[in-house]
Ligand binder design. Sequence first.
Ligand code: ADP
Ligand code: ASP
Ligand code: MG
Length: 598
Amino acid sequence: MGLIVQKYGGSSVGTTERIKSVSKRICRTVAAGHQVVVVVSAMGRTTDSLVQLAREVSSNPSKREMDMLLSTGEQISIALVSMALQELGQPAISLTGAQVGIITEAQYGKARILEIKTERIRRHLEEGKVVVVAGFQGVMRGDDLEITTLGRGGSDTSAVAIAVALEADYCEIYTDVPGILTTDPRIVPSARLMEEITADEMLELASLGAKVLHPRAVEIARNFGMPLVVKSSWTDDPGTKVISPPPTDRCVVGLEITRAVDAVQLDNNQAKIALLRVPDRPGIAARLFGEIARHNIDVDLIIQSIHEGNTNDIAFSVAREVSGKAEAVARAIAPSLGSTDADTDIIVDKKIAKIAIVGAGMIGRPGIAAKMFQALADAGVNIQMISTSEVKVSCIVAEEDCERAIAAVCSAFEIDSSHLTQAPQHKGVPVRAVALDQNQAQLAILLVPDVPGMAAAIFGSLAEANISVDMIIQSQRCRILEGVPRRDIAFTVAANEAQEAQRVLSQLQPKLDFKGIVLNPSIAKVSIVGAGMIGTPGVAAKFFQALAAENINISMITTSEIKISCVVDASHGIPALKAVHSAFGLGGDTLLQVPSRE
Ligand code: ADP
Ligand code: ASP
Ligand code: MG
């Protein structure tokens, strides 16, 4: 006999018919001899409707009252699922987050789970009941029972956290698609099901817009080694397994507040090549990296900055031993890229090192990157390039600063500096899946003085306002204004936090003396993910070529070891996703019919 946690998402309990149908499935699991804890979301689009109601009465509702309101959606579904189970003769009881004792941080809107009490659930399980728990909600510590929510899509996180607290055998996430697919089947019906995906790949994918799993659910499953499977509540197909590495011993108290940074990585065998003032039009990145790939040169980080006039800067890093070859390729192709206002400049720097902090616990915690920048600033280290993913922040610094930088970062995150690790070498398919995020906005801060501490000040302030930042890019080009060398810094944030980010930044302006903030709300981010892209030349080139073939301009590029993201105009998001999915041959022959949500 096992203990299984099953989570049913909004569409799986969208109507009373659906509730009756999932209740039969729950009964079958019980009949097979298991104890079952069920976690449910609000019915269908209930949470969206509640958000709409709040908007109708207030332009800026208090976060406390929002949580009070939004947590009601789940309360409806737990009661109905329990009733439906009882109707089938299965004893069941519904419990809210407060009744279970799902304790979260004292923060409304996107609280993290600190602890889950198990006594009451266990008692009811022993009584032979199915326990139906409200997802997405918890309470703060103390007698006031202040209700919190975990952030949109957070029921997945509730389910995995409950599974960990109960030491369940596994956690099943039931949804309206057959599992995790190569991309969103609502946009690309030929998307193919994956039987397995690594937790690292899924973390990237989830945070890049594939909302089939909440990234924090993947983080918990990975940290605690909880077996996780995503499947359809309409069929009996096996779905997709999320494969976690063997768990390290972690304490379940402070469940989501684990150590943010597990390791510091150093790569001091890198060289940077930057092309300044390349024309801003479709096909340029494709041609450059196509040529690099043709010479079989493996590229590590790639960043392309925001537009400056009608030209861009593109910088990339390669292993030092191939930097001569890469430079030659870049110099040979530069004249034919067709510069407009000025000639393309090429800068080569062989004296750089890449320092990265790694850890699944940094997800959704904007303070972690800021802390790294601050540690570097305090050590007087200037950051030349930044690249971020959900589980990693990498900074390129001058090689001569490397030792100081490592010491500062290790001490900031309490990592023993004798435990530096090298980035892992994965084997596998280069590109497993493609994601589209249409809920981001781009902010650019213009002409920021190029001195240590600027990134720390900017991202520190955003972190204080609890705003998560993605795709941070510093321009390669340095401009002197008022006697001070300056660079632009661009990044993306969730669209609904863009205004707030702009407000926080404008307050910093007098102190930091930058020259402007530009907000572009109409962007889309297209990303490819795959652990096997490490050490496989040509992946980036193929991505950029797919966009070029559709005449889609790329305004920002960032990479981490296992993902490449491009920002394009909002109107190009869907065509870009389709083109890239097909360029990597990810589609299958069968077209998926996904149940409509209306
Ligand atoms: P639930 O209500 O069950 O929590 P969600 O809407 O949160 O469901 O997540 C399921 C949806 O995620 C699917 O209907 C699909 O449109 C979308 N999705 C996006 N990317 C992917 C992907 N790579 N694989 C599967 N589904 C995806
Ligand atoms: N009902 C919540 C939401 O829509 C939580 C969830 O569905 O996971 O965000
Ligand atoms: Mg969901």
